[in-house]
Design a protein around this ligand. Structure first.
Ligand code: G3H
Ligand code: ZN
Length: 287
């Protein structure tokens, strides 16, 4: 059974580690993340962006695939199916489709509107046993068409959203989606520290996990980050492994063109990347 993220993140915050959210795009992605989590005995969150939901022909298809695969593989670790950076309509659609968690990203809205819509969605999500993530202070860069301005969050606004009763809070602290530019100044630990002091036990979420140096990841966890989102890094290793397979001409030998063979190196590369991140985040053996 898929679960909400509330309990796994409460434990992560208490235990000073973070649970990885890995975005999925298709069957291979899902299988790689689920099997790695099971192998490492780690809780995991499967993130689905609005773009990926559309690509997979809708949230109902995603929920059905994930649930069936979870059962067929005999997964025993806690797995949460979470909408990533959803707007109001997507959040409602995922609640109906059988997701176990949603992120309502109202960070680009006027703060009062973010507050009001988050409040309404908390009520609906909690009445169905689902967890909900909110965002304050837009994460920089672009992810699947969702563009963020990259400003640091106001800790007082974070407290106001946290007090509404969300289960996890994403706050902009200088993090950016996608690959970090060479002149990136790093995470603002001053902002993170101020947010954590005001929001207490609230599990904090670090988006833009791709390419953040390990020491900054560890420091962020020590300052209350309990969920870390990784997307681009899995796409990069998938593309590189697939490219290598083709450039080495392996697709032209035997039945190497068979999609099940062609997609295998990329799928293995995703699993290896997820393993590396779970070890770094400290979630291994925490299921
Ligand atoms: O919401 C998902 C992420 O924040 C992932 O960011 O693509 O930079 O790893 P990333
Ligand atoms: Zn994000």
């Amino acid at each position: 059974m898929l679960v909400s993220a509330a309990e796994m993140l409460r434990k992560a915050k208490e235990g000073h580690y973070a649970v990885g959210q890995f975005n999925i795009n298709n069957l291979e992605w899902t299988k790689a993340v689920l099997t790695t989590a099971e192998e490492l005995h780690s809780p995991v969150i499967l993130g689905v962006s609005m773009g990926a939901g559309k690509y997979m022909t809708g949230y109902k298809t995603v929920a059905a695939m994930v649930k069936a695969m979870h059962d067929s593989l005999g997964i025993t670790v806690p797995v949460c199916l979470h909408l990533d950076h959803g707007d109001y309509d997507a959040a409602k659609a995922c609640i109906e489709a059988g997701f176990t968690s949603i992120m309502f990203d109202g960070s680009h809205l006027p703060f009062d509107e973010n507050l009001a819509k988050t409040t309404e969605l908390i009520g609906i999500a909690h009445s169905k046993g689902m967890s909900i993530e909110a965002e304050v202070g837009a994460i920089g860069g672009e992810e699947d068409g969702v563009i963020g301005m990259g400003e640091c969050a106001d800790p007082n606004e974070c407290k106001m959203i946290a007090d509404l009763g969300v289960d996890m809070l994403a706050a902009g602290i200088g993090n950016i989606h996608g690959v970090y530019p060479p002149d990136w100044k790093g995470l603002s630990f001053e902002t993170l520290d101020a947010i954590q002091k005001l929001t207490g036990k609230m599990p904090l979420v670090l988006h833009g996990g791709t390419g953040i140096p390990d020491d900054q990841i560890k420091k962020a966890i020590s300052l209350g980050v309990s969920k870390i989102n990784v997307n681009t890094e899995c796409q990069l290793v998938f593309a590189a492994a697939t490219r290598k397979y083709i450039e080495e001409g392996k697709d032209q030998k035997g039945k190497g063109f068979d999609p099940r063979k062609l997609l295998l190196p990329g799928t293995i590369a995703i699993g290896d990347k997820v393993k590396e991140k779970m070890e770094l985040f400290g979630s291994v053996d925490k299921a």
